[in-house]
Each structure stands twice: as C-alpha cells, then as structure tokens.
Design a protein. Structure first.
Length: 46
C-alpha cells in the first residue's frame, strides 16, 4: 500500500548545532530537538 508508512515531518532547529532538520514529531517548547548527526553522537553511535 503506497503511503502506509508515511509520517508527517516537522521542521525544527537542532538544539545542539543549530542546523535545520525535520523530525517525525511536533517539537515542544522546552524540549530539545536534535538533528540526525547530533542524535547519533549523543547516543554514542558515531
């Protein structure tokens, strides 16, 4: 089925590096948002 796994993406600014990114959840004020690179670094995967 086409589109079955599509997610709405939300524009956000990474809290760590300031880069524009898109995330699959609506960012909330007071909660950090990370781009893929910074998220991987924080999780120790890079």
């Amino acid at each position: 089925m086409p589109g079955r796994f599509e997610r709405k993406m939300y524009k956000a600014t990474c809290s760590e590096c300031g880069k524009e990114t898109e995330v699959p959840f609506q960012p909330q004020e007071g909660r950090p948002v990370f781009c893929r690179d910074c998220y991987m670094k924080k999780k120790g995967m890079q």
